[in-house]
Design a protein around this ligand. Sequence first.
Ligand code: HEM
Length: 406
Amino acid sequence: MNADARELAAGFDIEKLTPEFYIDPYPTYRALREHEPLKRLPNGSYFLTRYDDLVSAYKSTRLFSSDKKREFAPKYGNSLLYEHHTTSLVFNDPPAHTRVRRLIMGALSPRAIAGMEPDLIALVDRLLDGLAVKGHVELIEDFASAIPVQVIGNLLDVPMEERGPLRDWSLAILGALEPVIGPEVFARGNEAVKDFLAYLEILVARRRAKPGNPERDVLTRLIQGEDNGERLTARELLHNCIFLLNAGHETTTNLIGNGLVALSRNPAEKRRLIENPALIKTAIEEILRFESSNQLGNRMTTEPVELGGIKLAAGTPVTLCIGAANRDPAQFADPETLDVARAPNRHLAFGTGAHQCAGMALARLEGAIAVSRFLARFPDYALSAPPVRGGRARFRGFLSVPCVVG
Ligand code: HEM
């Protein structure tokens, strides 16, 4: 194969990413998949890009641990950021994970999610009215990011006037998960956990004093636990509320933003979707595949494992590159092309296995309502300046997307 791709794969280091990579990581992912699908990085970790290898790792919580205590101890020291990330559902293994997941899944029941649809439609339509008045808009701030903030705020019933800081806290805490962080990012993340905890303590105390309807109010449900007496501890409750708020924010903002930009860059697919609104479900899956908002996952081997012909020692950190697996030609026909009707589409944007995204039904609902109603209202929307990328490897999205709506 061509020497450039081989060179790109050989020189890849997650700790030394180039500006070109942040703009378009896919040529690098392709080169890695073709030449070094299990790439050993200078720090001793492995970077996996093949679909089948990711599925193998995701499916075995026994061999591939999600517990991050060992990895985060040197990164975060004895800090609130450490306490937060190591208490989050996503960074734990069974049996702790199984217990907390059951409680969270119980709270995010299909009934609770279906009940959110009318408010979601009203919210999206209100935002679209605002865009129509403005004409020149900023798609991320005025639309994409406004939706999940309110949806997750509704999920935990955070009073409207108290939602202001949620997004910044969330961005600061998730920003600290980037592969390499400086002291400022660390300090900002830590401060955000402190402020978030202080706020949630008040919110939880209020809800304990005056419980909501557990069928609709996720926080009440999480406080009360399950009928069999299972409950989250006070610390687990607070950190997993933060985690839920974070998990649903930037990822869903990016789904909506990435989708509207990808469609505007693929006008034939955009037209096809506008002419066939029933394609919205497959279109959202395709956006999730094509520009996955969460590009990287992490695991650590618990014992020696052979994967893709390579022997990994126990205790080897592995990065699962969702963005690369979702464009693996061994799994997807014509993977670099956006096809709003693609089926089947077994992408890994929500991961798979025991940790598969607990909020995926909600994310899909938000994506479908936001994108379909936006297209119906503004079929001729056009980007008015080059969109600005967020500059993150893990969470792929845009900071700003200037746009004119017709
Ligand atoms: C487009 C939007 C979203 C994407 C792309 C996404 C992606 C993911 C991925 C890849 C994982 C698996 C992590 C792993 O295995 O290491 C995950 C886990 C999780 N997500 Fe999402 N997510 C989205 C939206 C949401 C929303 C809206 C919520 C909640 C309201 C949510 C809650 C969770 C939770 C609780 C977990 C942890 C599950 C576990 O560890 O058992 N996510 N998400």
